[in-house]
Design a protein around this ligand. Structure first.
Ligand code: SF4
Ligand code: SF4
Length: 426
């Protein structure tokens, strides 16, 4: 799809000064022993060669572009404002069009196309609204809490990544089996089996509802009719499918009278804010992260917040929150308002935050992604915190992985859960 974004990108790339500033911040270049071809500057060179037909799309070339977390760290450093995540996404698109993915990556692509359309990236549409079964939520507000299938069904993603890590030699078979696990009946059984893992992610949704209620925010929830935002289609390079999906999602929102979205998952928020306006004519839906709503309430009215026990907390800015949604001050406003909480800043924070190792790399290049997670968690742990906090299901998955690998005695707690724990003490 050679759209206006692609043409702007090609023009921008002509201004690359080869300065290499982008190389200094790429988490996957660092996790790949500085192999230039999987770093941002290398990707840029290969991208131009690909579009000038000097190199051919092959599974080997695909690796160079899929080993990118689409994190935009390079864009913040680049004096010319070049965003290599866009390079990766457009190169992936060309590689998919040329049918040059390896069999496993092709299976992932096919699964994404099918399941995003069905409403849940992990194929768990039948159970995605289960977390809200016993919660009363109105359905007549034009402000909608968008719960995200990544939060509701992330336990499936965690299980898939864990199993692939152990039995990667059978990845094609495992990917086919994951399709089987997504059949509605089997999905119900899986949901019971994964209850503990699911509760970890779904707890933040329940707490988001509690917080919004406490702040007297009127909102609706679309339940099982909530569509998937389609972020994974975009990042995977399935741009034609994403363009069509985004238009359908907008149609659903319009039919339901949605004017405002409140998200917990910044990946959905980021794609709505940063990508939908380029793909959907007339996109006019306001998007906020729940932490922006809480920060506004603290600044306007003040809320009494106190952690039950004193704790040193480090905040990891998710790439999608800081660089796609442009939300960096609000988490700090909220955390600084909590008594008994000492906030520490890690190296690489705010817009210069470092990727947790996710961004889709965790599914395909598990070793590299785990090394990136370990690198980031080492930074987060530098000030000896008791708690690492963030607000993204993929960051949660990768930070937990980094903590486990480093055998650290530090907990991961979502910022919404920290605020809710602090509220119950007042
Ligand atoms: S978007 Fe992130 S992972 Fe991709 S090239 Fe830029 S810094 Fe590296
Ligand atoms: S930072 Fe920007 S200008 Fe410098 S090498 Fe990277 S893409 Fe080129």
């Amino acid at each position: 799809m050679k759209d206006k974004n692609f043409n702007t990108l090609i023009k921008k790339l002509q201004f690359c000064e080869h300065c290499g500033f982008c190389r200094s911040v790429c988490p996957f270049l660092e996790a790949s022993n500085m192999e230039e071809s999987v770093g941002p500057r290398g990707r840029k060179t290969l991208f131009l060669s690909l579009f000038e037909n000097k190199v051919q799309p092959t599974p080997r070339l695909a690796q160079k572009f899929y080993m990118c977390g689409v994190c935009r760290a390079c864009a913040v450093k680049c004096p010319q404002g070049i965003d290599i995540s866009e390079v990766s996404v457009h190169a992936r698109h060309k590689i998919i069009k040329a049918s040059a993915l390896n069999p496993f990556m092709k299976k992932v692509a096919d699964s994404l196309v099918k399941e995003v359309k069905n409403g849940d990236i992990f194929g768990a549409a039948a159970t995605k609204a289960k977390w809200a079964e016993n919660i009363n939520m109105s359905n007549n507000s034009d402000t909608v809490f968008f719960a995200s299938c990544m939060d509701t069904s992330m336990a499936y993603g965690e299980l898939l990544v864990d199993v692939l890590e152990k039995f990667g030699w059978a990845e094609n078979t495992l990917m086919s089996l994951s399709g089987l696990a997504q059949k509605p009946g089997i999905n119900m059984l899986f949901d019971k089996f994964l209850a503990r893992k699911s509760d970890f992610y779904r707890k933040s949704l329940v707490n988001t509802v509690k917080l919004l209620n406490k702040l007297n925010v009127r909102f609706s929830y679309l339940g099982s009719e909530e569509p998937c935002c389609g972020a994974a289609l975009h990042t995977y390079g399935l741009l034609d499918e994403f363009a069509e999906h985004a238009k359908n999602v907008y149609k659903i929102f319009k039919e339901k009278g949605v004017r405002r979205l409140i998200v917990h998952n910044p990946i959905c928020g980021g794609v709505f804010k940063a990508e939908y306006p380029s793909y959907v004519d007339g996109w006019d839906i306001e998007v906020k992260h729940v932490i922006e709503v809480v920060a506004e309430a603290i600044e306007n009215n003040g809320i009494n917040l106190r952690l039950p026990e004193p704790a040193k907390v480090v905040f990891h800015d998710p790439c999608y929150l800081a660089r796609f949604m442009d939300v960096v001050n609000e988490p700090r406003v909220v955390l600084k308002a909590i008594e008994n909480l000492e906030l520490i800043e890690p190296p690489n924070s705010k817009r210069e935050t470092k990727c947790c190792g996710g961004g889709g790399v965790e599914l395909i290049y598990r070793d590299v992604a785990t090394r990136a997670a370990v690198n980031r968690v080492s930074e987060l742990n530098a000030g000896n915190p008791d708690i690492i906090s963030s607000c993204c299901p993929v960051c949660a998955l990768m930070i937990k992985k980094g903590i486990k690998n480093l055998k650290l005695n530090v907990k991961y707690i979502d910022i919404v859960d920290l605020v809710t724990d602090s509220l119950s003490m007042t």
